[in-house]
Design a protein around this ligand. Structure first.
Ligand code: SF4
Ligand code: SF4
Length: 480
């Protein structure tokens, strides 16, 4: 029996039950009773009896979870037939040359960029393949909405393919499928394309790192600033199509050594009335010889160090945009028995074998078609992990191969995950494991159970100090 007792920064003590997924507050005498097996045996004291009661009811029992390294290939086929998101790399070319771009010299895990444009016939070949699956009995979704994302390079530099793809999708007349379109854009060409994007009701994610100084890594190939053009274009969109702007436009800002979360949020909120998503630089695939340069640029202060005690009226969007609160939200869903992040979680059986890490099932979240016709699980995964290919003539996805490919990756980490406190709220994708000098993959976030008390104590301290956040997470962000 392994008791987990955690201390908060306010000196409160809690016992955690892995079995019931509950925290119980322990007054001093209860803590002594729980901590001392001899006292519990001999004393008739109230807390000793209560402690004994908990033990008898299995409160401190260790629960063993089964882990598996296998997704059946059949499930992967189902995921494709019920696809939710299809990402198309319409070009590997870009009209900008941001210093930290994942497709420039800081990284080495992508295919060579040749300013190439994806051919419509390759996209058509893939859509035809997917259409057969969508029309098959494997499609069990009711009125599915599929998000089609146009990705680059800069997608606005290949509007021809975007128009052709949308025309083709709309000509299919699939009665149970609705297509929605979205795009991440640097907005440099937004002025020329905005009417079409509004007509097709695109969701736009605009990349902007804050004010002029904050945004200074986002430059043209001749090192010229892009700030004025981008801000002017986005303002024009806001003035011309205010309702579209309000409902369909969001901002993404990358955190680095020339900005801070606070500056970025302040600028974008003041200028455009929106709260941006603030993301870290991608740590995956940094070239060995660029590590020093990357470290100088890399900032982890993604959490706005707000005084949380004085912002109770923060709206729900802002609450969701706060990575720190997202982290606490996922802690509650993983460690309490009665909170869930989404309704489908209510149907999850607790005793099913668990696939390690926080990786999504292949193609369950999305599928990514690269400009070179490779198939990947998403655009954030290095392009060396191709799971299939698409040409003008055929689509080649071997579901057995995909299943084995993931199993081989999980085999390397499954034992570690089964011993990790974070197994249920793990946010690590298996494609992001770190590599040792000898090539062996490992997880640098592993948290052994010897550190569970400290970890939980830290989480509970936050909720004790800001109980309104606990309440808002339960009311606004989770299902309970
Ligand atoms: S990064 Fe990993 S977990 Fe996230 S969508 Fe891509 S494959 Fe899935
Ligand atoms: S943090 Fe690492 S060791 Fe822990 S569950 Fe996630 S991938 Fe596994």
């Amino acid at each position: 029996m392994n008791k987990i007792l955690c201390n908060s920064s306010n000196r409160s003590v809690y016992a955690y039950s892995k079995n019931y997924k509950e925290f119980v507050y322990l007054p001093k005498d209860f803590e002594i009773a729980i901590d001392s097996s001899t006292l519990k045996e001999s004393s008739d004291d109230y807390y000793a009896r209560k402690s004994k009661f908990l033990e008898e009811k299995g409160f401190f029992d260790t629960v063993k979870h089964d882990f598996t390294d296998t997704y059946p290939s059949q499930s992967i086929l189902y995921n494709l037939a019920n696809l939710r998101s299809f990402v198309i790399e319409v070009t590997d070319g870009c009209n900008m040359a941001c210093k930290y771009c994942g497709y420039r010299d800081l990284y080495d895990n992508y295919d060579e960029r040749h300013n190439k444009k994806l051919s419509f016939n390759v996209v058509k070949s893939f859509i035809d393949y997917l259409k057969d699956l969508w029309n098959s009995p494997y499609n069990i979704s009711y009125n599915n909405t599929i998000t089609v994302s146009f990705y680059g390079g800069e997608p606005l530099t290949n509007m021809k393919l975007i128009r052709e793809t949308i025309d083709y999708l709309e000509s299919l007349n699939l009665p149970t499928i609705t297509f929605r379109y979205n795009m991440t854009t640097n907005a440099y060409l937004l002025k020329e394309c905005m009417d079409y994007l509004v007509e097709k009701d695109f969701s736009l994610l605009i990349s902007l790192d804050g004010n002029r100084k904050n945004n200074s890594y986002r430059v043209l190939k001749n090192d010229k600033e892009t700030f004025d053009v981008v801000v002017k274009n986005v303002k024009l969109l806001q003035e011309t199509y205010p309702e579209f702007f309000e409902s369909n436009v969001r901002f993404n800002s990358v955190l680095h050594n020339r900005n801070s979360s606070e500056e970025v949020i302040d600028y974008i909120q003041t200028t455009f009335g929106k709260v941006p998503n603030v993301a870290l630089l991608n740590t995956n695939g940094v070239a060995k010889e660029k590590e020093e340069e990357f470290k100088k640029m890399f900032m982890t202060e993604v959490f706005v160090e707000r005084d949380y005690s004085s912002c109770e009226d923060i709206d729900s969007d802002m609450l969701l945009a706060d990575s720190k609160i997202t982290l606490y939200n996922s802690f509650l869903s993983a460690f309490l028995s009665d909170t869930y992040t989404a309704y489908p979680d209510l149907f999850e059986e607790d005793n099913l074998p668990y696939v390690p890490t926080g990786t999504c099932q292949p193609f369950s979240r999305k599928i990514f078609l690269t400009v070179n016709g490779k198939i990947l699980p998403c655009e954030r995964v290095g392009q060396l992990f191709s799971l299939g290919t698409v040409t003008e003539e055929k689509v080649d996805i071997d579901f057995e191969y995909v299943s084995n490919f993931y199993a081989n990756k999980y085999k390397k980490i499954i034992k570690r995950c089964s011993q990790c406190v974070l197994w249920k709220n793990c946010g690590l994708c298996v494609f992001y494991l770190k590599k040792k000098e000898n090539g062996e993959e490992y997880c640098d976030r592993f948290l052994p159970y010897t550190k569970a008390s400290a970890y939980m104590g830290e989480m509970l301290s936050f909720f004790e100090n800001t109980p309104w956040i606990y309440k808002r997470i339960l009311e606004d962000l989770s299902v309970y």
